[in-house]
Design a protein around this ligand. Structure first.
Ligand code: GTP
Ligand code: MG
Length: 335
């Protein structure tokens, strides 16, 4: 059968073992890399107090170095909070960093302006924003999902690894999808298993009256983070990592309706593009992944029709390889 729903038992076990092997040997961050990140943050903190001795600036680390989904090679995402709004002009920070032989690159006109840093001494990359705290909340949300079920971390990291190997994880320069978009997709997939592995954490509503909250400049940041209770949630589902990855590829290769559906982690289901008013004024084939807090944002906006087609072909390729008995390594063969 071309798109059969189950893998032969032998293959499923093998695939699960391969994913866990890659996770343990190549994806799980090394103690050394954690130490380098710590050293970088310390160095960065010292630069801030030296350069801006009069200003109170707090450092918040977010993204994959703290959400449980980062590798040794992940960058360090940092949000600075300060009442000194002069610092929101990221060129101010940029100028200071350059004195310390940091290689920097500013992206001032993005929705979230950032300074990208490469530290040649510690050999580490970092993205810094100032006073843009929204990502601190979605980081906490991802931490919560990761803590609920032991399969979440290896599964999502296996998906991220595949997207990086296949060069479909670069929203800014590659015109594909960001890590955050991929993580949303992978977690949503675990919410929509039957029985589900992950719960819906958000209160019902906003999704559909997004325009009002957007206009009011207000975002509802609340979600259920009662991890102790939520741990019971996915127990009834016993699907293996291997099977989950296989089913994930099949879903987005052949089952998901790119033309009409929206992936909504906030609601734990698919919404209709028409329901969100996303069916007009944008190409029909664009990938729609609703940002769980700022529900008027589409995390898939970075990928145009051509790259969505490319992403879909990658799903089909990955699915075919596994169906034909190939390994996780084959799926992740680099371009
Ligand atoms: P890697 O760095 O690839 O390991 O993953 P990452 O999750 O750290 O991704 P990235 O460095 O691209 O982004 C860092 C964090 O910023 C994410 O984990 C999110 O918390 C947040 N983020 C990224 N993109 C968006 C976005 O489009 N919208 C919002 N609200 N937050 C985002
Ligand atoms: Mg990151």
């Amino acid at each position: 059968v071309g798109r059969r729903a189950v893998l032969p038992a032998g293959l499923e076990k093998l695939l699960t073992a391969q994913i866990l092997h890659t996770y343990e040997t190549r994806l799980f961050p090394s103690a050394e890399s954690i130490e380098v990140k710590r050293a970088f943050i310390e160095k960065f903190a010292t630069i801030l107090v030296t350069e801006f001795p009069e200003w109170e600036v707090d450092i918040h680390v977010f993204g994959s170095s703290v959400n449980g989904l980062g590798t040794s090679r992940s960058d360090v995402d940092i949000c600075l909070t300060t009442e000194h709004r002069e610092l929101e002009d990221i060129f101010v920070l940029n100028k200071a960093l350059r004195k310390y032989h940091m290689r920097t690159y500013c992206i001032p006109r993005a929705r979230v302006p950032i300074v990208k840093i490469w530290d040649p001494e510690l050999r580490i990359a970092s993205d810094i924003n100032v006073n843009n705290t929204i990502a601190l909340h979605n980081t906490r949300m991802l931490q919560t999902f990761v803590a609920i079920d032991g399969r979440v971390r290896p599964f999502v990291m296996a998906v991220k690894h595949w997207t990086k190997c296949r060069e479909i994880n670069d929203a800014a320069f590659g015109g594909t999808l960001s890590s955050y978009a991929w993580v949303n997709l992978a977690i949503h997939f675990l919410q929509t298993r039957s029985p589900p592995i992950l719960p819906v954490l958000h209160p019902p509503a906003p999704s559909l009256d997004a325009d009002a909250s957007r206009a009011a400049g207000e975002v509802d940041l609340s979600f259920n983070d009662d991890i102790a209770r939520l741990r019971e949630y996915g127990r009834a589902n016993t699907e293996s990592l291997g099977f989950l990855l296989y089913a994930f590829f099949r879903t987005y290769a052949y089952e998901f309706d790119y033309r009409h559906q929206v992936v909504s982690l906030r609601n734990g289901c698919y919404l209709a593009k028409a329901q969100k008013g996303w069916d007009t004024g944008r190409p029909a084939r664009i990938f729609c992944i609703e940002e769980p807090f700022s529900t008027w944002l589409n995390l898939g906006h970075s990928a145009n029709t051509v790259s969505v087609e490319g992403i879909r072909r990658e799903f089909q390729r990955a699915f075919s390889i596994l169906r034909d008995g190939g390994s996780y390594d084959n799926v992740c063969e680099v371009y």
